[in-house]
Design a binder for this molecule. Structure first.
Ligand code: PLP
Length: 221
């Protein structure tokens, strides 16, 4: 019952229009089913193999997101069912998703991952690269991907002011891109930021989707 309680508490703390992606990586199918039976339907995984296995075993009305780094040669395994790939970090990957979306006969939602943290080892576009991406508009030719917004991960630190600054700058960047390149369109509407330790800061800075693992399922095994 703790998973259901954790979900209820987090849900109560979030504004109604903020989506909650339950990050179930390394957690069992039984644990996912506990959340499912409490009414939760949006789950996120980081690795392709784990996502595919869970998709195959679990109820088909689950909305699955991928939040981990994706290699181009693995897109085909998830293209038939994944709802949103939040971790698109190159144009090459986006092309591959478009191609596999075509083969699967569907349109796949994507978020561009923006590198906002001070750590070097996090994937994603820099602000300049992302601006260039939207300015040339190459993505508009892709029929089988829908660019729905941006995703970012703050620095791994206890410094709340630093985290807030990073989320605030991503929020500002997101709203700027939306105004400049998506005026009059409802499509570009997702800003995915915030995890177990920082989601309330993220929400204050404009997050529309939080990705929460440990605060729902406990520590990962
Ligand atoms: C693991 C992970 C999360 C969830 O992290 P928690 O600290 O368990 O809430 C969110 N986003 C991404 C990209 C992750 O890899």
């Amino acid at each position: 019952m703790t998973i259901a309680n954790n979900l209820r508490k987090i849900r109560a703390a979030l504004p109604v229009n903020v989506r909650l992606a339950a990050v179930s990586k390394f957690h069992s199918e039984d644990e996912i089913m506990e959340a499912y039976n409490a009414g939760h339907r949006l789950f996120a995984e980081n690795r392709v193999q784990e996502l595919v296995t869970k998709y195959e075993h679990l109820p088909k009305d689950i909305e699955w997101h991928l939040t981990g780094h994706l290699q181009t040669n693995k897109v085909r395994y998830i293209a038939p069912f994944v709802s949103v790939i939040q971790s698109v970090d190159s144009v090459r990957l986006l092309q591959e998703i478009d191609c596999e979306g075509m083969k699967a006969g569907r349109q796949i939602g994507v978020l561009l991952q923006i590198h906002i943290a001070m750590e070097e080892n996090k994937f994603g576009f820099s602000y300049d690269e992302a601006e260039e991406f939207f300015a040339d508009g190459v993505f508009e030719a892709f029929r089988h991907v829908q660019v729905k917004g941006l995703m970012g991960m703050a620095s791994f630190t206890h410094d709340c002011e630093r985290i807030r600054t990073e989320f605030a700058s991503l929020g500002t960047f997101f709203r700027g891109i939306r105004t400049k390149y998506f005026a009059g369109s409802e499509v570009f509407c997702e800003l995915s930021m915030g995890m177990s330790d920082d989601y309330m800061i993220a929400v204050e800075e404009g997050s529309t989707t939080v990705r929460i693992g440990r605060a729902i399922f406990g520590e990962r095994h």
